[in-house]
Design a protein around this ligand. Sequence first.
Ligand code: MG
Length: 385
Amino acid sequence: MWPQQTSDFEAHLAAFACRTAHSLGRQIAEPSSHARTEFQRDRDRIIHSTAFRRLEYKTQVFVNHEGDLFRTRLTHSLEVAQIARAIARNLRINEDLVEAISLAHDLGHTPFGHAGQDALNACMQEFGGFEHNLQSLRVVDGLEQHYAQFDGLNLMYETREGILKHCSNANAAELGALGQRFLQHKQPSLEAQVTNIADEIAYNNHDVDDGLRSGLLNERQLTQVELYARFQKEVAATWPGLGGRQAIYETLRRIINALIVDLIQASQEAIQEAQPKSVEDVRNCPPLIRFSEPVRAQARELKQFLHANLYRHFQVNRMTSKARRVVNELFAAFLAEPGLLPPNYQAARGAPAALQARQIADYIAGMTDRYAMREHRRLFSIDEI
Ligand code: MG
């Protein structure tokens, strides 16, 4: 007899948390595990996927070969999971589910970050476009091939719901139950809402750190940002004379903590007021995971600062431009000559153009930064084989 029921692992959760017992389940029924809840199994399937390992070599803001210490999609996803779990435990919602969603949320990202995504979306305009959230879902729903019984990871409904953070109405209409919330303007679970904001907390702070490390940002500029200025002063008062990376990190850890604490408090108040009794109630409420108004404005200011000063820095623009060119040229070459594709991406040859284009997009989206650069050389440089 197994010593414990896996439902005990979720016994402490609030009524509005996602639970295995009340889940909408997997697309293909599977026997349950004796040792793990279904959301733990989802997290574990994600960690063992090839798409997850590729995140190590995919750009967050800085292209992977620009430096070993910058965030990659992998370390970004781990930071999101850390922040999301801290919030989830405080709100008594499902920590395993937020971890699964966090680790999977960027699986569909192209090489070269947003530059790659925008380029691929432009290439796919005639063929239904390209959205990285939807691509993350395509990865876990079919592109990963590990299991004998099904393609994809056959994840729980609530994990898939959390991965599909945004979706156009046109695509939502084709997604069945999972797309309905976008058409009906309903919310996803609190676990999905938490992960969404944890993503923002993570990238706003690590992009400041990476921006400073790269020299594209400096601390003087950051004193324009209320959140940064406040905690920089606090660090200077607590640790007079402290400078360099330690002062930066002491500032950033305080910002992350302040954002998390505010989010927990404001969300607890919103939950208290709305009184959801189930996940279904949560889906019908307005978003309940939120910052207080003043902190929301401060977080927005930080985000706007990064947009103006880091993401559009001329050195970032140069890399963005090169990345766009690589993706455009790869796509155009494969579309014009499908015989250049590796055999396992040729299944759609002779199929309608949209299907062929989608298979090319799947191939390019799955590439790491360095694989895309190598593939580009193989196609365009006569010296490369
Ligand atoms: Mg992210």
